[in-house]
Design a protein. Structure first.
Length: 382
């Protein structure tokens, strides 16, 4: 196991032998697939992942990389999985046929889990910047990695805050029946129970519904201290408005994926006081981050979405594994990912034996005065 940390772009590609004689040859194309929902309720997030991944590709190519003694040029192959499991499987099959060297994606756990089976059968390494359901890495696929923490850790930290800081005595849970939402809600309930908290009721709704009336009327009779919702940002915003309309005083506590402009815009004043634990640091620093931030704002002239840095680092972690393997062969790259020690813009990246991110970091956010404000960072190591 190597102890050194792999550092930024200059060191990465200097060691690949850029500017060598082989660089005079026509570069060989190395394709990396990117799968995320680029339409529908999560479309803005998916587009941000594509943008970040493309910036990583551009940065890598500027270094004129050489792998295995020949010049290469990275290419991104983005696909819209529409947050749909069947579409995700079709895209995975397309990536296999396209002979991609690796895949960055997916966004939704319900899409990423079945797609990972296809990647595993083909031996294609898959680094997800967003899939958090524990089942993703519990399948035993050597090719499945994630650079975000899993829901077990996030749910535990959320439960600790709800019980210890918010002093909640009576909690109502609602989940959206998706793989992501249901799994996160189950982990949260398990953590609450383990910490001697009380779950007054656990409701489920369709991930497509906008009608929370009957559930909230029932929940109101339970006089909850907290309403915990495991679902996506647009639906959470509708729930926040319904909680306010029905004069339920309990604050809303959400799950990863809410922090961003969508919830704030749709929830409006009803979103005040909403609490969320998200993966990663609230802000980043260092030359890699400065380069990424400058490139993003110059090219897209937009705010950087929360999960964009994870997509950027997923691409660069894959490239770092190729550098260590001195090959783009799927099996060799997968083997190096299991050993990798890479310093990205999100921090140190390394994986445990199952492909989970080691030493995960979380940030606790609250909506105050119409903006997401940082309460604290959890698990950061110097």
């Amino acid at each position: 196991m190597r102890n050194r940390i792999l550092l930024g772009a200059a060191m990465l590609w200097a060691s690949l032998g850029m500017q060598c004689g082989a660089a005079q040859a026509e570069p060989r194309t190395v394709t990396i697939g990117l799968a995320a929902p680029m339409s529908g309720p999560s479309g803005s997030t998916g587009i941000s992942l594509e943008r970040a991944a493309q910036l990583a590709i551009d940065d890598l190519n500027e270094g004129h990389p050489v792998i295995g003694g020949e010049p290469v040029r990275f290419k991104l192959l983005p696909q819209d999985d529409r947050a749909d499991p069947r579409t995700g499987q079709l895209i995975a099959e397309y990536f296999v046929k396209s002979k991609v060297a690796a895949v960055v994606g997916h966004w939704n756990s319900g899409v990423g889990i079945p797609a990972s089976k296809i990647y595993a059968a083909a031996g294609i390494p898959n680094v997800s910047p967003a899939v958090t359901a524990p089942a993703y890495t519990q399948q035993g696929y050597a090719t499945a990695f994630r650079i975000v923490p899993h829901d077990g850790d996030g749910a535990r930290h959320t439960a600790e805050y709800v019980l210890q800081e918010m002093k909640a005595k009576n909690i109502v849970i609602i989940d959206d029946r998706t793989v992501f939402g249901a799994a996160y809600a189950a982990e949260f309930e398990k953590s609450v129970t383990a910490q001697k908290g009380k779950v007054a009721a656990h409701y489920t709704v369709s991930s497509k519904t906008s009608d929370f009336n009957s559930i909230l009327r029932s929940a109101r009779n339970l006089d909850p201290d907290v309403v915990f919702f495991a679902g996506i940002d647009a639906q959470a915003a509708q729930l926040a408005n319904d909680i306010r309309r029905l004069q339920i005083k309990a604050p809303l506590v959400g799950i990863g994926g809410l922090v961003g402009p969508t919830f704030l815009t749709l929830a409006g004043p009803a979103g005040e006081g909403t609490i969320v634990v998200e993966p990663g640091l609230p802000s980043y620093k260092g030359p890699q981050w400065s380069r990424f931030e400058s490139a993003w704002k110059a090219k897209y002239k937009d705010e950087i979405y929360l999960y964009a840095p994870f997509a950027y680092d997923a691409v660069r972690t894959i490239a770092a594994a190729m550098r260590e393997a001195n090959s783009t062969d799927n099996a060799k790259v997968t083997a190096e990912l299991h050993k990798i020690r890479y310093r990205g813009i999100i921090g140190n990246i390394a994986f445990d034996k199952d492909g989970n991110l080691r030493d995960p970091v979380f940030t606790l956010y609250e909506v105050k005065n119409g903006r997401w404000r940082v309460i604290k960072t959890i698990g950061e190591k110097n």
